[in-house]
Design a protein around this ligand. Structure first.
Ligand code: NAD
Length: 285
């Protein structure tokens, strides 16, 4: 198995900070970059708070917490990733921005460095199409919140070297104690594809006056779901979930059954993005 000593994470938002925490908990050296420096600072404080809770619940000791925090290295330029064995990108869900980033990364990382995207729904093959060596590129799709959710979809693009994917799967299982599943590079992969009607039908039912958001969420919880669709969208981020909906819709040539609901876009345009803006379907303090 390839030795992964240094990991780079790009994007310090909802997913980036969670992925960094996953690495830190295994005391893997992790370098965190975001174009917004304040996002890196917020991510560090968030992880510190999460680990404080672990100490309070006697899951880890204060000394372990300090070691975990010491393994996180905020960096302010991509060049700092030149020693990384693996880089996971968790920036905005936009094809051209991701492609630009991977092109830039190839210029600074070693030839053996594995490059991964945490995209929810974009084609890994298309992201990698601009790279000089697309064989080392794949998606490692962590779920939110990354420290708690065991599943990671390992998405193999057309050009991905199968050995790289196998190595990543073994590492995720053995070192990060995750449940990796190898999936094809299809729109929305598996989870986000199946989740599309879960979100869209909920919007449709509420818009037609058949029910309310709280009723949908409460009923789904009573039925055994951890969260209803509106609670989940606030956790994911309305912007990220909308981008996933659009990406799947466009990949299927605008099939009507996959069309995002107009209210999804309205919320995005109003800046009601969910927990990250403290306002979405619900209000948060
Ligand atoms: P987010 O909006 O919370 O954070 C994105 C971060 O990326 C921001 O801090 C932003 O400043 C930074 N960023 C944007 N462009 C950048 C660039 N060019 N270079 C460096 N930093 C940049 O987003 P998120 O929810 O963490 O999602 C990140 C990725 O993970 C997306 O591809 C998304 O589809 C995927 N994802 C999200 C979830 C979820 O539940 N939110 C789950 C799985 C996967």
């Amino acid at each position: 198995m390839k030795t992964i000593k240094h990991v780079g994470v790009i994007g310090a938002g909802t997913m980036g900070r969670g992925i960094v925490e996953v690495m830190a908990r295994q005391e893997i050296d992790v370098y965190l970059y975001d174009q917004d420096r304040s996002a890196v600072e917020r991510a560090f404080v968030h992880i510190q708070n999460q680990l404080d809770k672990q100490v309070y619940r006697t899951k880890i000791s204060e000394q372990q917490k300090m070691k975990m925090l010491a393994s996180i290295h905020p960096v302010d330029q991509l060049h700092a990733f030149h020693t990384c064995d693996l880089i996971i990108e968790a920036i905005m869900e936009e094809m051209s921005v991701k492609q630009q980033l991977f092109k830039a990364l190839e210029k600074v990382v070693s030839t053996s460095c594995i490059l991964a995207t945490n995209t929810s729904s974009l084609s890994v093959t298309e992201i990698a199409s601009v790279m000089q060596n697309p064989k080392r590129m794949l998606a490692l799709h962590f779920f939110n919140p990354a420290p708690k959710m065991p599943l990671v979809e390992v998405v193999v693009g057309v050009h991905t070297d199968q050995n790289v994917a196998e190595e990543m799967k073994t590492w995720l299982k053995q070192t990060l104690l995750k449940e990796p599943v190898m999936v094809r590079d299809a729109p929305g992969f598996i989870v986000n594809r199946v989740a599309r009607p879960f979100h869209t039908e909920a919007y449709r039912m509420v818009a037609s006056g058949e029910t309310s958001k709280t009723q949908v969420d409460n009923i789904l919880q009573d039925a055994g779901f951890k969260m209803g669709p509106f609670q989940l969208q606030d956790l994911i981020g309305i912007d990220i979930n909308y981008a996933a909906s659009m990406s799947v819709y466009e990949s299927f040539n605008h099939e009507p059954r996959l069309r995002p609901h107009p209210n999804q876009q309205k919320m995005l345009q109003s800046g009601l993005l969910g927990r990250k803006t403290k306002k979405g379907h619900y209000h948060y303090e």
